[in-house]
Design a binder for this molecule. Structure first.
Ligand SMILES: [Zn+2]
Length: 259
């Protein structure tokens, strides 16, 4: 039975990777009492909802975006003070809450940080200059929240569904392909530097507060981090302000939640 289920799961993944629909009908022959059946049905449901966008495409395109962003920016060597500080702040976070995370600094003056659906998190040195260790931890907690709650994946799925050239080209070849840098630039613009919904940001802030509590870090650092962003003002050039809602409102809401 185990082998048979393994085969079914394998076939399902293969079909999912090609973005083929109709997988739901196939897996219905699996025994209903099995744990694997639920998993298989769950992924089949996701595939059906995603139309022509496969999970394999999403994973591959995120990793290509990560490579492109890293290529466009400067990652400090391990002995650089920013790398040393961030490594200290993220000890034990390579694996957290069921996620595989890859957290690194960028040497750039922008006050910014971002996460991608593949677990890539980048924190700009300009943000590290402005914030205390605990404030940086809260920003990282917020970014992990976006990964855990799959905000980036949802946005990526939407972007691929809208862009027929990306989704169709991927599935026609039976899987994924290497994107041209112009295509990657478009995805980065649509997925990475576009605003999440207010609801998504609120959920990521709540995740950050939970993260701080779970790690025994002071939650008020989340509010003071927002105070600092608010003080920087909306004069432009601040990455986090371009992609996130009003920090004063976020500070107020988080203060009300902190006991
Ligand atoms: Zn956010």
């Amino acid at each position: 039975m185990r082998t048979k289920l393994g085969l079914l799961t394998g076939l399902s993944s293969m079909l999912a990777a090609t973005g083929m629909v109709g997988v739901a009908a196939f897996v219905l022959v699996a025994p209903a009492h099995s744990q694997s059946f639920g998993d298989v049905l769950g992924s089949a449901k996701k595939v059906a909802q995603a139309a022509t966008v496969s999970d394999a495409q999403i994973v591959s395109y995120f990793s290509q975006m990560s490579v492109e962003m890293d290529r466009q920016n400067t990652i400090p060597p391990a002995k650089n003070p920013y790398a040393v500080r961030l490594a200290k702040l993220t000890t034990g976070l390579a694996s957290y809450d069921g996620l595989n995370l890859n957290i690194k600094a960028y040497l750039a003056n922008d006050v910014n940080a971002f996460a991608m659906g593949d677990g890539t998190v980048r924190v700009y040195s300009g943000l590290m200059d402005k914030m205390t260790d605990d404030e940086v931890r809260c920003v990282i907690g917020h970014e992990i929240g976006h990964v855990k709650l799959e905000h980036g994946k949802k946005r990526m799925k939407m972007a691929l569904q809208k862009d027929a050239a990306l989704s169709v080209a991927g599935t026609a070849s039976g899987g994924v392909r290497k994107l041209a840098s112009s295509e990657l630039g478009g995805l980065i613009g649509n997925v990475l530097t576009a605003q999440h919904s207010q609801a998504a940001e609120t959920a990521a802030d709540d995740y950050a507060l939970t993260f701080m509590a779970a790690k025994s870090y002071p939650q008020p650092a989340c509010a003071t981090a927002m105070d600092k962003l608010a003080a920087l003002g909306g004069g432009g050039g601040i990455g986090l302000l371009k992609t996130h809602p009003d920090p004063a409102q976020r500070a107020k809401r988080m203060r009300a939640k902190i006991k």
